[in-house]
Design a protein around this ligand. Structure first.
Ligand SMILES: [Zn+2]
Length: 430
């Protein structure tokens, strides 16, 4: 299998020098980038004219709950506690058929907006894996564990996790299972300790929500005498295989603990702003500590989009607004978060367009109004482009989106299934 991207007008390489190339060809062979140069002569199975295209690394969505796209627009504009109560109530009605339809739809939305890989936490994750595999994406999937301190529940969650990890073997290497205890306030110390041991035993990554809201921090201090990150450090949960979602309400000391442990953080600016978790992610301090920052959309119920282009924009704007400084964060830095850092944090040999790297590529249509004028392509990508600019997506050397259409499944089928399951879930009559 080989693809030749001919006459690429602009290539955002994301290489060490962050070079932007003009009018070059890119040859993709066996899932990898084999050659980048002017006028490549080799023949490829497929040759695509990119003379009016911008070619860039595809995006990595480092935190979402994909099936929650079923609940997009559900109970918006409420206070956090009321929102959570309503969402949990409808989530208790979700069946595997809903999860599958939701995950298919979410994968479609992510592919069409230039994302090749995502990190998910939810339940009925076998259904999500099916969807990911059918659409040809990559994903890190975690069964969201909660025990609320109940021993019986803990045992069943552990069994479910072991079963889930085993069941993902058949999807390797495109789908990788991760361990996903939900949060400190929903998981006992015993459960977190088990996760820690199991992760070491099986060499798995651990993901967890932490310090998303101020309330959560106060409650942790009240019950454990420590702030959330201090608590995770004390029980030995923080290491280089730990990925912390949100981690916004943290002190400088907590950032030091994260940095020393080489844990990674995932910032979800839109969800934080929409749910009014207050304050802002301390990006400057994380950058100073050399912690790897990734970007995620969170679920479509708290975003309400899975478009990583929008997420990059909000990540930059939030910091500028928060620090009263237009120069606080640059477009190039947030593009790094959404490409190189996702790959680095999750151990993938990709995130840039360089020879030998796995070919995960998004191709943007330069005819789109938001890419004109193109005085600074990276600035256009972060501040004016949306997923609507994406025409093609390549995952590991294979097209999954071609001329705006999914390659592996008919979009109409996904839409129909999704609409039927939304009707079923909400008992709508028309
Ligand atoms: Zn989340």
């Amino acid at each position: 299998m080989s693809i030749l991207l001919k006459n690429c007008k602009i290539v955002i390489t994301q290489n060490k020098e962050r070079k932007i190339l003009k009018d070059v060809d890119i040859l993709i062979e066996n899932g990898k980038i084999a050659k980048i140069s002017k006028s490549i002569k080799e023949n490829a199975l497929e040759t695509i004219d990119c003379s009016n295209k911008l070619v860039m690394p595809a995006l990595f969505n480092a935190h979402t709950h994909s099936p929650m796209v079923l609940l997009r627009g559900y109970r918006d504009d409420q206070e956090l506690e009321a929102w959570l109560k309503d969402v949990r109530e409808i989530e208790s009605k979700l069946k595997p058929k809903h999860i599958y339809a939701g995950a298919l739809f979410a994968c479609m939305e992510m592919i069409k907006t230039g994302t090749y890989c995502f990190v998910d936490m939810y339940f009925e994750m076998q259904e999500v894996a099916k969807a990911v595999s059918e659409l040809g994406m990559k994903a890190f999937l975690g069964y969201g564990m909660v025990d609320f301190g109940n021993e019986e529940k803990r045992e069943s969650e552990i069994k479910e996790t072991i079963k889930f990890v085993k069941s993902m073997e058949k999807y390797s290497p495109n789908i990788t299972p991760v361990l996903a205890p939900h949060a400190i306030y929903t998981c006992s110390k015993e459960l977190l300790n088990w996760v820690n041991e199991f992760a070491k035993q099986k060499n798995l990554l651990k993901t967890i929500h932490v310090s998303e809201t101020r309330k959560e921090v106060f409650e942790c201090v009240k019950s454990h005498g420590l702030r959330p990150v201090e608590y995770l450090y004390k029980i030995g949960f923080l290491d280089e295989n730990t990925i912390l979602f949100h981690s916004s309400w943290v002190t400088k000391n907590e950032i030091k603990l994260i940095a020393n442990a080489k844990s990674k953080v995932v910032h979800c600016p839109t969800s934080n702003m929409k749910l009014a978790t207050a304050g802002a992610f301390p990006m400057r301090e994380y950058l100073e500590s050399n912690t790897i920052i990734c970007l995620g959309t969170d679920g479509a119920c708290s975003n309400n989009s899975l478009d990583m282009f929008r997420e990059m924009k909000f990540a930059a704007l939030l910091q500028k607004w928060f620090r009263w400084n237009g120069a606080e964060i640059k477009a190039q830095q947030v593009l790094d978060f959404a490409t190189l850092n996702g790959a680095k944090a999750f151990g993938l040999n990709t995130g840039s367009i360089e020879i030998g790297k796995q070919a995960n590529i998004a191709i943007l249509n330069l005819e789109h109004y938001s890419l004109k004028p193109l005085l600074n392509p990276v600035s256009n990508i972060v501040y004016s482009a949306t997923g609507d600019c994406v025409s093609d997506v390549i995952v590991e050397g294979k097209f999954v989106l071609r001329n705006g259409k999914l390659v592996n499944i008919q979009e109409e089928k996904i839409m129909k299934k999704f609409e039927n399951q939304v009707k079923d879930l909400f008992r709508l009559n028309n």
